[in-house]
Write a protein that binds this ligand. Structure first.
Ligand code: UGA
Length: 452
């Protein structure tokens, strides 16, 4: 099948490359010419595990290309997929890129195949495909016959997006008629045996929010319990949550073997969720509920707890350090999670801001995100970026761990960490390896504040 993908961001590019590797002919439309050139040379403009290898292969096989010409992409295309950004700005979801994509598709719809599905891949609030995309495409295509509509949410997590695409747990297809659902089902036919859910377009739209909101809720729940634990002597939230994880309704015992589901990795305390999805999706669905006169009170709290979680961490530091003025603070981890160079909504940004206000001198290390952080913080914030963990550790007075990159696990063996306060914002390190260890959800204040 031929598919035009509008937008070559994380979702568009990974989806396009994935579909091309299944044998489909993919043309990805992107406005930024530098990105197009990079992509066509086999290099994604962002880091994603295995993406470049797969991109190079599908280009070589002739199944994939990027272009600025939507007419080229829509020519004879069976499906056009809208995979543009839907940021949350000024209190609501910003649909301007969606509208523009719908307009461009409408104008070029005469070039598409006899039966053509316009499918929204971007995360959009319920009703957007039918009430926003459809009328625009119909207007600009002058009601061309044979155009149908669909919504196919993505469930790709950054860092594992290529693996997630190639090994789907489910495919959700929202369609407005049987031709649309058949064409979209055919697209995923190579994934024989995978659960394909055919639902209404609005169901598909809301399923994506329900999924992300559920995981965000688990995280904020864990953080709320964690904050409680830190106020009770002798308690460690990790032991508390472990007792929860072992409930057989969460981690069943099958044939004598304990099964630990992926869900457990979202029941862990930390400095809060970031990234381009959870924060904006929770806020967008809250706003959608308000507009419908249906307040989403649980999700409002989920968001509130998350926004406040970086302050909980700063309080933990301030409880133990007499003053942060001129203290050299080393931050390990800047990306919103390990395995990516993405810093969007990363808790590190707020923490750097707060520490700078306190007069601390910030040193930072991230295996991938130093450059990205420098680009958004400079020149307002002065941060000294280190190429190696070792270099950072030898120049700071205390350490904050903000992203659980695997390479940070082993810093406990270094002598330099034995005399330095360590504040673990992800409860990632082994607390017994560090004489001066402090972590969220752990009631282990020393009673006396460190003087730096
Ligand atoms: C998330 C979802 O997991 C994907 O299923 C979804 O497709 C994607 O959003 C999307 O909407 O496109 P992603 O944002 O890449 O994927 O990252 P996650 O691995 O889900 O982590 C999100 C955030 O939660 C990270 O900042 C992570 O550090 C944080 N987190 C995770 C916690 O703070 N605590 C936890 O216990 C687990």
């Amino acid at each position: 099948m031929k598919v035009a993908i509008i937008g070559a961001g994380y979702v568009g590019l990974v989806t396009g490359v994935g579909l091309a590797s299944l044998g489909h002919e993919i043309v990805c439309v992107e406005k930024d010419v530098t990105k197009i050139n990079e992509i066509n040379a086999g290099y994604a403009h962002f880091y994603e595990t295995h993406l470049n290898d797969m991109l190079a292969k599908v280009i070589k096989d002739g199944n994939f290309k990027a272009t600025s010409e939507i007419s080229d992409a829509l020519f004879n295309a069976d499906i056009s997929m809208i995979a543009v950004g839907t940021p949350f700005s000024e209190g609501e979801i910003d649909l301007s890129y969606i509208r523009q994509a719908a307009m461009d598709i409408g104008v070029n719809a005469h070039l598409a195949s006899k039966n053509h599905v316009v499918c929204v891949k971007s995360t959009v609030v319920p009703g957007t495909t039918i009430n926003v995309v459809k009328p625009i495409v119909e207007e600009y295509s002058q009601n061309r016959e044979g155009i149908y509509f669909g919504m196919n949410p993505e469930f790709l997590a950054e860092g594992t997006a290529v693996h997630d695409f190639m090994n789907p747990d489910r495919v959700v297809i929202g369609a407005d008629n049987s031709i649309a659902s058949q064409l979209l089902t055919d697209l995923y036919a190579p994934f024989a045996g995978v659960d394909i859910k055919i639902v209404s377009i609005e169901t598909a739209e809301i399923a994506k929010y329900a999924s992300n909101s559920f995981f965000a809720t688990l995280i904020s729940f864990s953080n709320e319990i964690s904050n409680l634990c830190s106020s009770v002597e002798g308690v460690d939230v990790l032991d508390v949550m472990n007792a929860v994880h072992l409930d057989k309704r969460i981690s069943p015992i099958i044939d004598g073997q304990r099964i630990t589901p992926g869900l457990v990795s979202f029941l862990h305390p930390g400095v809060g969720y970031g990234g381009s999805c959870f924060p904006k999706d929770v806020k967008s669905i809250i706003q959608f509920g308000q507009e419908r006169g249906h307040a989403l009170r649980l999700l409002e709290k989920v968001d509130e707890i998350n926004v406040k979680q970086t302050s909980e961490f700063i309080s933990l530091i301030k409880k133990n350090i007499a003053s942060l003025k001129n203290v050299k603070v080393g931050i390990l981890g800047l990306s919103f999670k390990p395995g990516t160079d993405d810093i969007r909504e990363s808790p590190a940004i707020k923490i750097i801001h707060e520490l700078t206000l306190e007069g601390a001198n910030i040193h930072a290390h991230d295996p991938m995100a130093n450059h990205a952080m420098h680009q958004i913080l400079s020149p307002k914030y002065f941060v000294k970026y280190h190429e190696s963990v070792d270099s950072l550790l030898h120049q700071v007075d205390l350490v904050l761990l903000l992203t659980s990159w695997p390479e940070y696990k082993k810093i406990g063996i270094l002598d330099v960490c034995k005399n330095m306060p360590i504040f673990d914002g992800r409860r990632f390190l082994n607390k017994y390896d560090y004489p001066l260890y402090h972590g969220l959800g752990l009631n282990n204040q020393h009673g006396k504040k460190y003087e730096m």
